[in-house]
Design a protein around this ligand. Structure first.
Ligand code: NAP
Length: 477
């Protein structure tokens, strides 16, 4: 009999899982989604300029190529439209329970008991599709609640607040800030960008597809597949070695420095924007509009440390920048995987306690002591160079290949030996990666352990997740 599967989250991960179950004829699943719409991060992040710096045709499911992309790099509304299209085409929308936040998940020895505001239900299998960047992180700056103007996080954009003619502060300069700053700068009277650490920036060769290209991508057999394959191979062949401090690391640095020189003429501003750590240590910003926005007459890059927020604005050691709007583009609570759900496994063991030194999972998918629970986009599966949708599809394939075994035999958990071997491989691979090279980033815990990123080529990850899974698992006791 097919297992009852609970999927948490209706973003790219949860939808992929639901679609593959549907395609396999397994109808016994429910998707729990805390919001009132699908899309996950692509529903939450609707700030002006929101989009993806991975090419459209690669930032999509391999089984659902899409001829409707209008640009080389997709913007948020188009990505959300793609996900809505997939949910309808594969008939999974009817299985999504919106407004259903799972607060607790407890394994009772045989099944998972899920608690929502509406009560408790049991399932055989639990698939977590909540992502890594789903909980905005507001900074801990003194006086934030005293601010007399309007403030919000980039992932909770206040669309009712018109920025035309305003004095605005943007705190942060990561990928989100880089995308929204050019749009805000066009409207605001004055924009202060508070930069704590500079980021490496490379150009994004974005353009709308011409009508002819769109027709060709739609109708020429194999063209879309070939284009997708080419963008995948480029990311894998040229960008991954840069992060592994291999042959292209120097080229990436040169490209970023040239971009800075080409777009910023003022040496003082250039000096402020030049990072002092190797490219890739923090996520490289891929954007062609960010630097030009910073050179506008109405924009100032402030590098003095923020002392406090006052009712009138942002105070630094040098004075106060008076503003009426503060945008916190300060990122996400990325290392707190699965929080704030309370999750207990075998013998009532708390996942939060087990992960107190940092989250970990076999293949980023399975956690010792938590049988029949599978994570999508879990620990050590994020990428700084290629499409995360590729990783999610590998993970869903792995879960699909576990299902027949666990439904025939009972709950399975990852073997301690398999987990120990995985940990050893990760640690060894991590040593050559650039993420440890003297920077802080959302990829790692405050103690410096990289819990978010996958340190190998994605081709290797695909091989590892395609292996028959069962030797790495045992029946849960
Ligand atoms: P982020 O990369 O974590 O950036 C947060 C920014 O806020 C950093 O500049 C950080 O400075 C700053 N910050 C945090 N706390 C601060 C404080 N107390 N005072 C001053 N500055 C503070 O977050 P994000 O920009 O939202 O991006 C997160 C990730 O989402 C990206 O790396 C990317 O993977 C993904 N994303 C992707 C795209 C895309 O195009 N694919 C677009 C947007 C986001 P420090 O650097 O000094 O910590």
């Amino acid at each position: 009999m097919a297992p009852d599967v609970a999927i948490i989250g209706a973003g790219f991960g949860g939808l992929c899982m639901a679609i593959q179950l549907e395609r396999a004829g397994v109808g016994s699943y429910t998707v729990f989604e805390k919001a009132d719409g699908l899309g996950g991060t692509w529903r939450d992040n609707s700030y002006p300029g929101a989009g993806c710096d991975i090419p459209s045709h690669l930032y999509s499911y391999s089984f659902e190529k899409y001829a409707s992309w209008t640009r080389r790099y997709p913007e948020q509304p188009e990505i959300l439209g793609y996900l809505e299209h997939c949910a309808d085409k594969y008939r999974v929308r009817r299985k999504i329970r919106f407004g259903a936040e799972v607060r607790r998940a407890a394994f009772d020895g045989l099944k998972w008991r899920l608690t929502t505001a509406n009560g408790t239900e049991t399932f055989d299998v639990l698939v977590m599709g909540v992502g890594q960047l789903n909980r905005p992180r507001l900074p801990d700056i003194a006086g934030m609640s005293d601010f007399a103007g309007v403030s919000f996080h980039s992932a909770r954009w206040n669309h009712d607040h018109d920025l035309t003619g305003r004095r605005v502060a943007v705190i942060g300069n990561g990928s989100s800030a880089a995308q929204l700053i050019p749009r805000v700068a066009e409207r605001a009277e004055r924009l202060y960008v508070f930069q704590r650490t500079p980021n490496w920036v490379i150009p994004k060769p974005d353009a709308a597809f011409s009508p002819l290209t769109r027709l060709a991508l739609r109708y020429v057999p194999g063209l879309q597949r070939a284009y997708r394959e080419w963008t995948y191979r480029y990311a894998e062949g040229a960008l991954y070695p840069a992060l592994a401090q291999g042959w292209s690391a120097g080229l990436l640095r040169q490209r970023a420095l040239r971009h800075l020189h080409d777009q910023v003429a003022d040496p003082a501003l250039r000096a402020k924007l030049a990072p002092g750590y190797p490219p890739g240590c923090k996520r490289v910003v891929i954007d062609s509009a960010f630097y030009p926005a910073l050179t506008r007459h109405n924009v100032e890059v402030v590098t003095d440390g923020i002392v406090r927020i006052t009712p009138k604005g942002v105070q630094t050691a040098d004075g106060t920048c008076e503003v009426d709007t503060i945008v916190y583009a300060t990122g996400f609570r990325s290392t707190e995987f699965l929080a704030p759900m309370e999750i207990t496994g075998l013998g009532g063991r708390s996942l939060e306690e087990q992960w107190k030194d940092g989250a970990e999972a076999y293949l980023g998918i399975s956690v010792q002591n938590f049988p029949n629970m599978f994570l999508l986009y879990g620990p050590n599966t994020n990428l700084g160079h290629n499409s995360i949708i590729f990783m999610i599809e590998c993970q869903v394939n792995h879960v699909m290949s576990c299902l027949p075994y666990l439904s025939a035999n009972g709950p399975i958990e990852v073997r301690p030996e398999a987990m120990a071997a995985w940990r050893g491989q990760l640690d060894a691979a991590m040593e050559r990666m650039v993420w440890g090279a003297g920077c802080q980033s959302w990829y790692k815990t405050d103690q410096g352990r990289v819990t978010n990123n996958w340190p190998g080529p994605t081709t290797l990850y695909r091989r590892l997740t395609a292996r028959p899974p069962i030797p790495a698992y045992r029946l849960a006791e």
